[in-house]
Design a protein around this ligand. Structure first.
Ligand code: OGA
Ligand code: MN
Length: 284
């Protein structure tokens, strides 16, 4: 039997009693899905998964996104699991990084919100973790919206925001982009500031990423001030919960209604995570 144990914070729950390396019954999957819609971030502890098993479980939620690192040039076959499994790691082998994001802090973000159709979810599975640091924080964007002062909520109704595509989540400039000096010219998708979750039907705040963000139609200074206010509110501790990793943890977050960030960690320690991403639909 699946047991759901809420974190006690405004999001996050442990799911107990499932072995994700095995096929899951429809009833158990229904319970997991329901808990996910309610708690936004699920944690499955003490799992032992190879990439095929990680992919199989992730794919029960929807079609997997192809690993962007293999999207061009070095295209792999569908049978090759690494086409869909992205390595997040600071480990360097033979002078080459085995994965992305290094050991840096990452600022609050929604994965790939700079795309017109951002992913629905990501699943991150811990193979090796540092003795300390590298915690991953999550923020409930339903709670962020619902606790906004009514005047502010009215003010943002109908407004949208540009989500910067030039920098990755640890602030590195992506290949092919120039540094943004004027947020009014930021490249990236434009999404509503308040979106409707396609499954729950609930409204939530949708900020994506702060750097170089811009609210079209506003003076730059006005946009900056409004975004600063919204961000300061959204990531208040009462809207957040942080994951302290153990080897064997699988965390799955709803990328439509939760943001995440990561603490930095000692570059001499090893952290190796395998990650899948599930396709989403256009925010509305
Ligand atoms: C990611 C990400 C956080 C972490 O994979 O999208 O932000 O804890 N990772 O590594
Ligand atoms: Mn991320």
């Amino acid at each position: 039997m699946v047991e759901v144990r809420p974190s006690g914070a405004v999001l996050g729950a442990d799911i107990l009693g499932v072995d994700l390396s095995q096929p899951i019954s429809a009833a158990a999957f229904g319970a997991i899905r329901g808990a996910w819609m309610q708690h936004l971030v699920l944690r499955f502890r003490d799992q032992r998964l190879n990439d095929d098993q990680l992919m199989a479980f992730s794919a029960s939620f929807g079609a997997l996104d192809r690993n962007p690192r293999h999207a061009r040039g070095e295209l792999r076959t569908v049978e090759d699991s690494s086409a869909y499994v992205n390595v997040i790691s600071n480990v360097v082998e033979n002078g080459k990084a085995i994965g992305g994001l290094g050991n840096y802090e990452s600022l609050w973000h929604t994965d790939m919100s700079y795309n017109a159709i951002p992913p629905m979810a990501s699943a991150l599975y811990a193979l090796e973790i540092p003795p300390s640091g590298g915690d991953t924080g999550f923020c409930n964007m339903y709670a962020a919206l619902e606790s906004l002062p009514p005047t502010l909520r009215q003010r943002i109704a109908g407004l949208s925001c540009v989500h910067d595509s030039s920098l990755n989540s640890v602030g590195q400039l992506r290949v092919g982009f120039e540094e943004v000096t004027d947020p009014r010219k930021t490249p990236g998708a434009v999404h509503p500031l308040v979106r409707t979750h396609p499954v729950t039907g609930r409204a939530c705040l949708f900020l994506g990423r702060r750097r170089n963000a811009y609210i079209p139609g506003l003076e730059l200074a006005e946009s900056e001030a409004l975004l600063d206010t919204l961000w300061a509110h959204a990531v208040k501790p009462e809207h957040c919960w942080a994951q302290q990793w153990q080897v064997g943890d699988l965390i799955m977050w709803d990328n439509r209604c939760a943001m995440h960030r990561r603490d930095e960690f000692d570059g001499n320690a090893r952290r190796v995570m395998h990650r899948t991403q599930i396709s989403g639909d256009r925010p509305f």
